[in-house]
Design a protein around this ligand. Structure first.
Ligand code: 3HB
Length: 329
């Protein structure tokens, strides 16, 4: 018997057997920087539950919150090698690697949380995700978000002029650094978990933050002055390692995509619903002194920011157009 005659039936049999077998059970790992009480972490656990149930117990996802696997730069490296399967990332690290994502941080690109939600659900924002596989080795499944950015400071502050020269904590990424530099303050990059102690020991004078985290972490313990500015939105992106993605079956991809999108979308809904409530909660705290500032108060800084980022972020006009349509609708 020729080898060909012998091999073909054996291989065909093996193939048929493989196809009949259920997909290989997987325990995926998902990393994120937020601590357990944060909505992003809760959504990650809910997503894990969902995937377990929908795969009939076949697949599971272990969630590693609170930077257990390292900071976002380290997690992106792990995603690139396939050592980490998935992550929920702020756009901060992503925009450091793919500058076009900086467009999402244009100051006053949107005016409020509802516009932020609509923009993140727009085609223009969705198209940005297409750059991630080739530019960063990760597959962007969809967006989530946190609340709009505000400023809290230790000393009384009426407006941006009172932040000049102050050490102001930022999430470590370039678009926000350029904004505060242009506003004359001294932006100080610090990851979220380090912020409370830095405020408590006077290492920083002010912070860039959202209502939700101000309440969760009680940042008003050491910084009682809240400038409600709504100066930026704060998107999050759910990603899968490109290396892991390419080895998944069509069904597995579909399962992860559908379920992750559902939970990311739930995060957007959540922040949309609670933004006003959380503002009221903060207004009700006796110790918190509130001032409101607007786009006009930051006009010079915004013009400076535009000069830098209209060069770096080519998608800016497209996102502005989408935002203008949302504002007009
Ligand atoms: C941040 O301020 O760096 C931050 C805030 C969030 C979630 C993640 C990071 O609500």
């Amino acid at each position: 018997m020729s080898i060909k005659k012998f091999v073909t039936p054996v291989m065909t049999g093996a193939l048929a057997l493989m196809m009949a077998l259920p997909a290989q059970a997987r325990d995926f790992r998902l990393g994120l920087i937020t601590p357990p009480p944060h909505k992003w972490t809760q959504a990650a656990y809910a997503f894990a539950e969902d995937v377990k149930e929908k795969s009939g117990g076949e697949h599971s996802i272990s969630v590693f919150p609170a930077r257990q696997l390292g900071n976002e730069a380290q997690m992106v490296q792990q995603l690139q090698t396939g050592a980490l399967d998935m992550a929920f990332l702020t756009i901060a690290e992503v925009s450091n690697r793919v500058p076009d994502f900086g467009a999402l941080y244009a100051p006053y690109l949107v005016e409020n949380i509802d516009q932020a939600a609509a923009l993140l659900r727009s085609e223009a924002a969705g198209e940005l995700l297409n750059q991630l596989p080739s530019e960063a080795g990760i597959v962007g499944i969809g967006y989530g978000m946190a609340g709009m950015r505000q400023v809290m400071s230790r000393d009384a502050a009426q407006g941006p002029e009172d932040l000049v020269g102050k050490k102001l904590r930022i999430t470590p990424f370039e678009p926000i650094r350029d904004f505060y530099k242009a506003a004359g303050s001294a932006p100080t990059p610090l990851p979220l978990p380090a912020v409370y102690d830095a405020l408590a020991n006077g290492q920083i004078d002010a912070i860039d933050m959202d209502f939700d985290s101000i309440l969760i972490f009680k940042f008003y313990d050491h910084a009682e002055n809240l400038l409600i500015s709504n100066h930026m939105m704060f998107p999050m992106v759910g990603v899968v390692s490109g290396r892991v993605w390419k080895d998944l079956s069509k069904e597995e991809r579909q399962l992860l995509q559908t379920s992750m999108r559902k939970h990311l979308d739930g995060v957007i809904d959540h922040f949309q619903q609670q933004e006003k409530l959380q503002e009221q909660q903060l207004r009700a705290l006796d110790k918190v002194v509130i001032q409101e500032v607007s786009k006009d108060d930051f006009a010079a800084a915004i013009a400076e920011w535009e000069k830098i980022w209209s060069e770096k972020a080519k998608s800016l006009p497209r996102l502005r157009q989408a935002a203008a349509e949302i504002k007009g609708s």
